[in-house]
Unconditional design. Structure first.
Length: 437
């Protein structure tokens, strides 16, 4: 018998019940400008963080520098035969607050190509990582390995003024963004294709080259990658991966250390792992129902069974959104143009019709609508990417654009070390006792 473990269980069991009662009775009471239920509820809704590159509205969804996703799909320049916006253009917008020209996007695309060079030691690390290691773990480790090339870290060690921070941070972020598709594609081919690597094509833009190195040269898949990398790039600063990059960066850690930490946050089941879980849930449904073309009635019954077991329907609900995620709708529009008869896409669309009314009928769900993860896996599968545990790596490649653009702004503003004040339950109880006297 583990005495320590037993005592710990006794302590947290009684404490958890006490906290549950406390929040129920006093959750909306204000303590030092925030509600007690926010202290216990993951700091939800507390506006205390600066994030310039994007903003999330509960009804309109994500806006990048004021532009919605439909507006970006229309207004961002398209080069190399693209029919979807290029993430190069979005990065330019996030960094400058100005829509780029076609010439701007072409320059940035070539600039990332120029910087996209891995060192022998980085290849050596990748080659020595066992393929049984989860792709996200490999991805995080590779980013950490590249940290030895950090311009910021070297310049800081040699001495520089605060006025120079933004300059060297910009260099790190540009280098890192340029290299990420090479690293991710290398991990993919090593893990799933017996290390049969595909060389980069210097004539392709950032997303199209990523698709090419993955081994997917279909022009529609290249456009899907352009769209995917754009719509996953940022989602304001409050989500776990963005906040983590901002927090670690506030210690003056360089872009590599900060992004690796954010990638680790993204790997969690409550964050970026959701797109993988959506596909796993659909495959479980197909197996349990014995058909890959389930009717809406069958899906509805399966959803009800899922909920009755205390399991959420993956891909549905969002901490902020109260309407269908515009990122989901953008992917649905893409699928309607390119693969409307795909069996998996059809399931995703039928789930979209079935789930919201069921969740609404429960009366407790604030957002019964799909988020971005509800659709992305089906599109990736249509083009042959069936390796679900790699999906979050692709998410990470895209999310780097937004968090690193903001990290440049953090250093340009010389934002301070992030240091919130924490409370103990005993301090909260003391506050309540004093306030009731």
């Amino acid at each position: 018998m583990d005495r320590l473990k037993t005592l710990f269980k006794e302590r947290f069991t009684s404490s958890a019940e006490e906290i549950k009662s406390l929040v129920k009775s006093y959750g909306t009471k204000i303590i030092d400008s925030v509600q007690i239920e926010q202290v216990y509820g993951g700091m939800r809704g507390i506006q205390s963080m600066l994030w310039e590159t994007s903003s999330l509205d509960s009804n309109e969804g994500i806006r990048f520098r004021g532009y919605s996703i439909p507006e970006l799909r229309e207004r961002l320049p398209k080069i190399n035969g693209a029919t979807e916006p290029l993430p190069e253009g979005l990065f330019w917008l996030m960094l400058t607050d100005k829509l780029p020209t076609e010439e701007d996007v072409t320059w940035l695309s070539k600039e990332w190509q120029r910087r996209a060079v891995l060192t022998p030691k980085e290849y050596d690390l990748l080659d020595h990582l066992d393929s049984v290691i989860h792709p996200m773990t490999q991805f995080s480790m590779a980013i950490m390995c590249m940290q030895s090339e950090s311009v910021f870290a070297h310049q800081y060690e040699n001495g520089m003024t605060k006025a120079e921070y933004w300059d060297v941070m910009y260099e790190d972020c540009m280098n890192l963004i340029a290299k990420l598709p090479l690293v991710a594609a290398y991990i993919y081919r090593k893990t799933f294709y017996n290390n049969e690597q595909i060389s980069a094509d210097p004539n392709l833009d950032w997303s199209a080259n990523f698709a090419h190195m993955l081994g997917k040269d279909d022009s529609a898949f290249k456009d899907l990658m352009r769209l995917y990398m754009t719509i996953h790039a940022d989602h304001e600063g409050g989500n776990a991966s963005a906040h983590t990059v901002h927090l670690v960066g506030s210690t003056l850690s360089d872009a590599y250390l900060s992004l690796s930490a954010g990638i680790n946050a993204l790997a969690g089941p409550l964050h970026g792992l959701a797109n993988q879980e959506v596909m796993d849930w659909i495959y479980d449904m197909i197996r349990d129902l014995g058909t890959n073309t389930p009717s809406k009635e069958q899906i509805a019954e399966y959803v009800k069974t899922t909920l009755s077991h205390g399991v959420v329907v993956p891909g549905y609900g969002h901490a902020v959104l109260r309407k269908p995620d515009p990122r989901f709708l953008a992917q649905k529009d893409f699928a309607e143009k390119h693969c409307p008869q795909d069996a998996m896409v059809q399931i995703v669309w039928n789930v979209f019709e079935v789930v919201p009314p069921i969740l609404e009928s429960l009366g407790k769900v604030k957002n019964p609508w799909p988020n971005v993860d509800a659709h992305s896996g089906a599109l990736l599968e249509h083009y042959g990417m069936k390796e679900h545990n790699f999906y979050t790596v692709m998410f990470g490649v895209s999310r780097a654009l937004g968090v690193l653009a903001q990290l440049c702004w953090d250093r340009a503003y010389n934002l301070p070390l992030e240091r919130p004040k924490s409370l103990t339950t005993e301090e909260i109880k003391l506050f309540l006792a004093n306030s009731n006297n």
